[in-house]
Design a protein around this ligand. Structure first.
Ligand SMILES: C[S@@+](CC[C@H](N)C(=O)[O-])C[C@H]1O[C@@H](n2cnc3c(N)ncnc32)[C@H](O)[C@@H]1O
Length: 219
């Protein structure tokens, strides 16, 4: 989906992807990654995800990147946080409250290298059409430190039965996108309880959780 699709979605309030509660798979699968206070986590295409709050309660430095200022403003105001704001180069605008930073701008312009210990991707890779995913994964890979870990939550269903987003991404595609730079572990794959009326028409609809571990430099 191009930027305009998401700009329209936020302008028109089509944000059913947003969850009022912390994501249960984040709560289940992130603590075993043994995050330490002071480490950093990137939340690409973050919307106004409350999961950023939960990640910050672990003592992590959280950085979200989101295209639409409405989402950024809503994240801080709905959680009663008053961020400091400043403009950055590359057309990013930064909002920061304590250890939570959200940069408003195009994720595809991110140029950080080996900065983050973790990435948390829920509804982000699956928000993108096939043509954009390879580039997205390159940026994720570049941003993570060697040994860094990505918790990735995707959907897997028959794409001919429903249009994305969210798009269906099966294990084969995960392998083809990530195997070069990451070791890949499928942690969980189940039909989720509550994922909205659109999905209820699908015969088979799975939510899969992957752990991706960035390979170190070759020696
Ligand atoms: C399906 S939503 C998921 C939001 C969030 N991850 C969550 O779990 O609620 C996808 C988000 O990606 C944002 N987005 C889409 N393209 C983007 C881009 N190029 N750069 C930054 N954000 C983008 C959209 O505005 C939207 O908020």
């Amino acid at each position: 989906m191009d930027a305009q699709f998401w700009i329209n979605a936020w302008n028109e309030g089509r944000t059913n992807f947003h969850q009022q509660n912390y994501h249960e798979k984040l709560l289940q699968f992130f603590p075993p990654l043994r995050p330490h206070k002071g480490q950093s986590v990137l939340v690409p295409l973050c919307g106004k995800s409350k999961d950023m709050l939960w990640l910050s309660t672990l003592g992590l430095k959280v950085k979200g990147v989101e295209l639409h200022q409405t989402a950024v403003d809503a994240f801080f105001s709905e959680n009663k946080l008053q961020p400091e704001e400043k403009s950055l180069h590359g057309n990013f605008k930064r909002s920061k409250f304590l250890d939570i930073t959200v940069d408003c701008g195009d994720f595809f312009k991110l140029s950080e290298t080996s900065v983050f210990d973790f990435v948390y991707d829920r509804a982000s890779l699956v928000a993108l059409p096939l043509s954009m995913r390879k580039n997205y994964v390159q940026i994720i890979s570049q941003a993570l430190k060697p040994g860094g870990k990505c918790l990735l939550i995707v959907y897997d269903y028959d794409q001919s039965k429903m249009d994305g987003p969210p798009f269906s991404i099966d294990e084969k595609e995960i392998q083809s996108l990530y195997a070069h730079d990451f070791s890949i572990t499928l942690l969980d794959s189940q039909q989720p309880d509550r994922e909205g009326i659109r999905f209820s028409a699908l015969e088979s609809f799975k939510q899969s959780v992957y752990l991706l571990e960035k390979k170190g430099p070759l020696v």
